[in-house]
Write a new protein. Sequence first.
Length: 98
Amino acid sequence: MVLRRWIPDLFWGTIFGPAYVDFFGRDYLLRAPGHIVEEIAPHVVYLQLSDSIYDMVERFDKVSVVRQRVKEYIGVDSFWRTDAQSDHSYMRPVDFSD
């Protein structure tokens, strides 16, 4: 399996397929501080930022806080950054463990 160079962003609902689950670690992803985080199939983790998709409009500020918290947990260097230099290294966090 091939990984992209970075993860574009966290959406209201994000599915991490086998390549990302193997890269970050299943147990590590399952401990992410999202509203719902569960393994929906072998080596597939679903992460949801809030209770309702309507929160993206009605409570965006609160969803944004959760999104940032999850990104910091997973590792901000795993996500696309518009301000990154062309030689920026996207990587997983070094301090995670299963």
